[in-house]
Structures are given as structure tokens and as C-alpha cells.
Design a binder for this molecule. Sequence first.
Ligand code: NAD
Length: 508
Amino acid sequence: MANQSLVDVAVVSHWIDGAERASTSGRTAPVYNPATGAVQAEVALANQDEIDQAIASAEAGFRVWSTYSIAKRQAVLFAFRELLNARKPELARLVTSEHGKVVSDAMGEILRGQEVVELATGFPHLIKGAYSENASTGVDVYSLKQPLGVVGVISPFNFPVMVPLWFVPIALAAGNAVVLKPSEKDPSAALWMAKLWKEAGLPDGAFTVLQGDKLAVDGLLTSPVVQSISFVGSTPIAQYIYETASKNGKRVQALGGAKNHMLVLPDADLDLVADSAVNAGYGAAGERCMAISVVLAVEPVADDLVAKITERIKKLRIGNGAGVDGVEPDMGPLITDVHRDKVSSYVDIAEADGAKIVVDGRNYEVAGHEDGFFFGPTLIDGIPTTSRAYTEEIFGPVLSVVRVSSYEEGLDLINSGEFGNGTAIFTNDGGAARRFQNEVQVGMIGINVPIPVPVAYHSFGGWKKSLFGDAKAYGVHGFDFFTREKAVTSRWLDPATHGGINLGFPQN
Ligand code: NAD
């Protein structure tokens, strides 16, 4: 890691009251360019005073934004969509500079986020209530869906655009004001989007960015003004968020970590499987919650599959995600040197537990980027399922192969894990695939699709320790999460139907 002077680097600030707000907390954290290892900025870490300012501004913003008509809110969403669509190349480069993923992959996450903005533009259809005329004689019953108020969104480093966009457009469409606490590792995309919301016509205070660490998170979790928390990050923090926010009376959805398995049946096309395993295992250097980290090969295909995956790994180009001389590599660096060392330690554990390291990405160097946080694609064969390198999330470019003798043995391994985010089956047997989708205890399933992230009008979320709470992200779940329903029973009194005094329970 470069040990560079911090004196001249920019400080990434908060966005409060529709403008950048410089921090006075005196606390900052470094923001690296992971490809070079250089500190390229500092990010403000909010103190309690700044947390209070952000929440107060959002409260005021909610009072304004929630009175905008549906048509005016829709106009803002359409304008945001147009601006995002036009300027996304700039945002993609910004993401790459702080996250490290290759620019085309940054563009991919923006497109998946834009998909949710597009869904949200159609929000009137999704938040309109229902009306039952004459439920009882002269009595009508109807339901209204109202915004919650100020809502908190806390996002992870690995999707600095897409994950905020899983929640923000839907929350805003429903009339809420949002306080976003981005990851302190890549905080600039949130600020970039804040400027875009303002340009799109969103009133000040309706979207706030609070930069910070645990203090800012705890400020949102305990504030009586904040009505809900949408969190995405690692499982231990997701569990903490769920418990703390619930204890403080909030609605919570907390999406956690993953360990996604790909089950390969012997009838599958092994070239398709090897391509998919490499794409899903090493894309974004494995820093995706839907990355495939374990291939369960139902024998006798394991030897062939390991050979095919190895052959493909050898052709991968690893380098600066921004590209060099206009040429983009396949895979960039990891987010920090600390994380790279943690990933490396898992390969050490696998080796010590008796696994074979078929391709070893430890101590990987990219010429000209010797201080970058690179880790080479790694393939592990024969990992014992008791090894911590098998049971825990590694979150790096490390793919493990486990050999199983049957579909049932593979299914049992998937179902006995603590996570349930994503999984995939590769087979040409429709009956087996159908059985798998029924029997597997996982929230998102791919059938010959390695990264089954649902489209915006379905919802995203895992089972078990991959999601705390009962609302998934976006789709119908998103609109339900960000609205509160009221049921109104109404009668316009007239003497003929009044009925006089009656202390009994109302009946139809
Ligand atoms: P993280 O849990 O370290 O951080 C997530 C957020 O929580 C950040 O904003 C961070 O500032 C905050 N935070 C960190 N420690 C905290 C603490 N002690 N108290 C309060 N807040 C705290 O996660 P990360 O490293 O940024 O992201 C990677 C993780 O996110 C992986 O585990 C990955 O699987 C998971 N993830 C899950 C999904 C999903 O949809 N299930 C999607 C993306 C990422």
C-alpha cells in the first residue's frame, strides 16, 4: 500500500439540504485506488452533530416531497433516469477508480440499478390502493398506501451504485425521504447520484448522503425519526442491524453474505459449465454476493471440469480495471490490501486442510501496478467440507471444487450451509432441474444461469443468514416495504340507515 501524504487529497463530503456539506468532525478514512494502492481521497466520517443535521434535513425534505403529486414525483424519476442513462460512462469510471472492478462491469451494475429506476417510474400502478364499494349497506372500505417518512439505506462497498438503486428510487417514488450511508471504501458514487437527483428536480432534503462508519450507522439505527432500515452487507453486520433496528421499532430488511454453489450434473455441457463457473467465480474478482464460490461436480465429471476451468483461467487478463492503452482486462484488484490478505489466508487454510491448490493466486503481481491490491484467480480442488475455507464466505477470486457422488449429496451440502443467497444447477435434465428448484433451500436459483439476479420486477433476496427480515429488495417487496397501508371504512350518515344505539361488534 502506498504511504502517501494525505495533505492534498480531496475529502468526499456529505450531501445535506441539497448541497455538499463539508465535515467538521475531524474524522476521515482513506479512499484508495485499488489498482495502484494510492490514497486518492479521504472520506468524511460523520459525528453525532452531522448525523442529527442529516436526519433533520431529511425530515424537512419529507414534508415537502411527500406532498408532491404523483405526476410530479413521476416526472422527477423520469428525469433521473434520462440523466443517468446519458451520463453513466462517467459514473462507471468513478466506480472503477474507487472499487477497482473493470469499467464494463461497473457499467453492468449501473444498468442493473437503472432497471430499478425504470421500474419505479411506473410506481402509481404499484402503490395505488383498493376500493370496495358497499362492503356493508352504505359502507365503503378502501386502502391507502402512504410513505413511511425518513428511511435509512446502508450499502456495501461491492456495488456502490446498484445496491443504493435497489432501494432509493422505490423509496422516493413512494414519497419517502432517504438518508443513504454508503460504504466508506467507495463513497463518491453516492454523492454523484445526489447531484443527479437534484438536477432531476428532487427537492432538497428528500435525498441525503451521510458519509461515515459505525457511528453514522448507529445514529440511523437509533434515531426515532428514521422509520426503516434497508441494509446490504456482511452477515454479522446484517444480523446486528436487524436486531438493533428492530429493537428501536423500525421496519428492517438486512441482506447478508453468501456462499453460492453450482451443482453440475453429469449430463451437463461441460464447456458451458466451465465458461459459467469462470465468469461467475472471477467476475469482479469474486466480490459479488451472487458470485459462485463452490462447484459441486457430480462424478464422473470433476477431472474434466477442473481441466477445463484451469485452461480458461490461464487466459484471464488481470490488471487495472480502468484499462491500459484502451485495453480493458478481465479482472481488476480487490478492494483493499487488508481484504486481499484475508482472501489469501483462506487459501492457506484450504491448503493446510489438505486441499489441492490447482491455480494459486497468492502473491500475484501486475507489472507497473506493484502496489495494487491484486490477487490472482485461484482454483482449489478436493476441499474438505469441514474446512473454514469451504464453510465461510471468502469474497475473492477463489473457486473451490467439491466432488460428490450424486445429486442428493450435492443438494444436502447446499442445504446444510448457513447461507441461502443464490445457487445454480447445470443440467439438460428438466426433471432434475425442476426437482432442484423445489428442494433447494435458497432464495435465488439459476437453471443453467450462474448468477441468477432477478430482474427489477421480481425481488432480490436470499434465505437463512443471507437475509434478515421478511422483505426482499425491489419488485413488489420493495413497494410494500416502503409504504404503510391504511384501511378506511366509511359511511356517509343518513337517518334511514343509521340504526340507532347498538353496542355489538360491527357486522356486515
Ligand atoms: P460490511 O458488512 O463490512 O459493510 C456494509 C455496511 O455496513 C457499510 O456501509 C459499512 O460502513 C457498515 N458497517 C461495517 N461495519 C459495521 C459495524 N460494525 N457496525 C455498523 N455498521 C457497519 O460489508 P462490505 O464488506 O462493505 O460488503 C461485502 C459484504 O456484503 C459481503 O459479505 C457480501 O456478500 C455482502 N453483500 C450482500 C449482498 C446481498 O444482496 N445479500 C449484496 C452485496 C453485498
